[in-house]
Design a protein around this ligand. Structure first.
Ligand code: RB5
Length: 148
């Protein structure tokens, strides 16, 4: 699995934590910043990462900002992206198993590094259950094909 990772200035510390986690798990990833010496705009990081996942260049994306909200809104504008904003471990597992999410967003001003790490590890390792959930996800894809 290849993961595209990015944050704005509000998510630098958790981004570093997630990079360390992926090093430990031996997951291939590219860190797309930000360098963040000054404040930056989250869409400038969310949209390129989402496009890289949608195109198949990367399998998954992880995006961190202050709340995770801006990153998730922006990523979900890209056709083919199912981005979940997750701040608990139950949802991390469920959103992989049920929604087959391909991008994870988290907010550094909402949760601490330990929980973010647990969420990311679950989200990176949990499998999509398929079955009835595949039909539901398929309806979203069908909508995108017709309307976007
Ligand atoms: C930046 O101050 C903040 O707005 C951003 O990190 C994020 O929380 C947006 O949703």
């Amino acid at each position: 699995m290849k993961v595209a990772l990015a944050s704005d200035h509000g998510g630098i510390h958790i981004r570093k934590e997630i990079a360390n986690l992926m090093d430990e798990l031996k997951i291939d990833y590219v860190d797309f910043g930000c360098e963040c010496e000054t404040s930056v705009d989250y869409p400038d990081y969310a949209l390129p990462v989402a496009e890289k996942v949608a195109s198949g260049e990367f399998d998954r994306g992880i995006l961190i900002c202050g709340t995770g909200i801006g990153m998730s809104i922006a990523a979900n504008k890209v056709k083919g992206i199912r981005c979940a904003l997750v701040h608990d471990t139950f949802s991390a597992k469920a959103t992989r198993a049920h929604n087959d999410t391909n991008v994870l967003a988290m907010g550094e001003r909402v949760i601490g590094p330990g929980l973010a790490r647990d969420i990311a590890e679950i989200w990176l390792t949990e499998k999509f259950e398929g079955g009835r959930h595949a039909g539901r996800v398929g309806k979203i894809t069908e909508y995108e094909e017709k309307n976007l």
